[in-house]
Ligand binder design. Sequence first.
Ligand code: SF4
Ligand code: SF4
Length: 186
Amino acid sequence: METSKQNNKEETEPQAAPQAKNQVEKSEAAEAVVSQLDLRFRDEIAGQPGGENIRRCFACGTCAAGCPVTEVDSEYNCRRIIRQILLGMRDEVLSSPLIWFCLVCYRCYVRCPQKVNFTDIMRVLRYLAVKEKRVSPEVFEQITKLDRFSQVIRHDLVKGFFENKDVSLEELESHVSGAMKEALVK
Ligand code: SF4
Ligand code: SF4
């Protein structure tokens, strides 16, 4: 009987060790993550024009629900980005390509019940990202050109609608998306 008990004990002990190791590893990972947080980040943003109300955010998600970028890419979420700022995830926010996805349309600001001006907060994030060279000058230049290009396209199309020009947006979309795929493969 004793031998059987000993065997059972031996069988269970090696399982306990990896569990304890996992716990230690998880706790070390959590400490490492906490040590990377910059709790002054929210004050830094709040100190910039437009960032004043960021601490008022109560995470209702109204901003994300009306964002045209979130509509096409659920990875982009202004509510989440504000949470990250408030938590102090400075490196993660400033190095993320997501901060360049915003259309600067102010819909989130207009809808926010707490008057958090996320659009201007986004401008501050971009300013800091450029200043700290978290985006290469080449990529920044390309994004600037793209913004200009898309404005010209929009302007010309809207003008065309009023002048009764026959424009098929479906055909245009298919043509542009085909050309983009080709360009991105190169
Ligand atoms: S709508 Fe305003 S309060 Fe609600 S999550 Fe967005 S920023 Fe925060
Ligand atoms: S300003 Fe940016 S984050 Fe706000 S609704 Fe427009 S695209 Fe979305």
